[in-house]
Design a binder for this molecule. Structure first.
Ligand code: 5GP
Length: 176
């Protein structure tokens, strides 16, 4: 499938994204109640969402970045998660918040949650995803927080790419 900018339909506008991110941030602020958080942004897809989200969070917060990949340059997952760069500080006793762009098969989310539990005794571990594509789930995992549902569409924009492009779009789009 090739995706051209002129073929894209808007699924979630910039305004819808920003309104919903503010709502989810309130839930996170209520949950953490001022306690320190280590946010882990999963590169590259979550970078736009994470930078908007953290600006609403009102506790002491540090951001870490890790890089995983499962898609290569296609529009379907390879089914295998590659840890491209997963260096993390000591997370023992910390409130850890993973920030992801989309949970699709759930393989990436499960890999990360298992990785953190295997390596650290965290105080809390929460998973916050911009999008939740429940219909394509292959493993039993749900994000603790998410902004919007997506059905079985390949979406781009607001951090999500097609072959590296379209991450800079301020909206979430799809090709019909
Ligand atoms: P999962 O491991 O849950 O199958 O997929 C996670 C990763 O696949 C996401 O972090 C994202 O990078 C990529 N992905 C899944 N669905 C889509 C989609 O609809 N559009 C784009 N651009 N990437 C997707």
């Amino acid at each position: 499938m090739e995706i051209k900018l002129e073929d894209l339909k808007i699924l979630y506008s910039s305004e819808q994204l920003q309104t919903r991110i503010a709502e989810v941030s309130k839930e996170l602020n209520n949950f953490y109640n001022g306690e320190e958080v280590i946010a882990i942004c999963v590169l590259k897809g979550a970078v736009v969402f994470a930078t908007d989200l953290v600006r609403h969070l009102d506790m002491p917060l540090k951001i870490e970045f890790i890089r995983l990949s499962s898609y290569g340059s296609s529009t379907t997952t390879s089914g295998k998660v590659n840890a491209v760069d997963i260096k993390l500080p000591d997370l023992n006793g910390k409130n850890v918040l993973i920030i992801e762009d989309i949970v699709d098969t759930g393989l990436t989310a499960k890999f990360l949650v298992d990785f953190i539990h295997m390596n650290f005794h965290v105080k809390t571990l929460k998973f916050c995803s911009l999008l939740d594509k429940k219909i394509t789930r292959k493993v039993d995992i749900e994000p603790d927080y998410y902004c919007f549902d997506v059905d079985d569409k390949f979406v781009v924009g607001y951090g999500l790419d097609y072959d590296g492009y379209y991450r800079n779009l301020p909206y979430i789009g799809y090709k019909e």
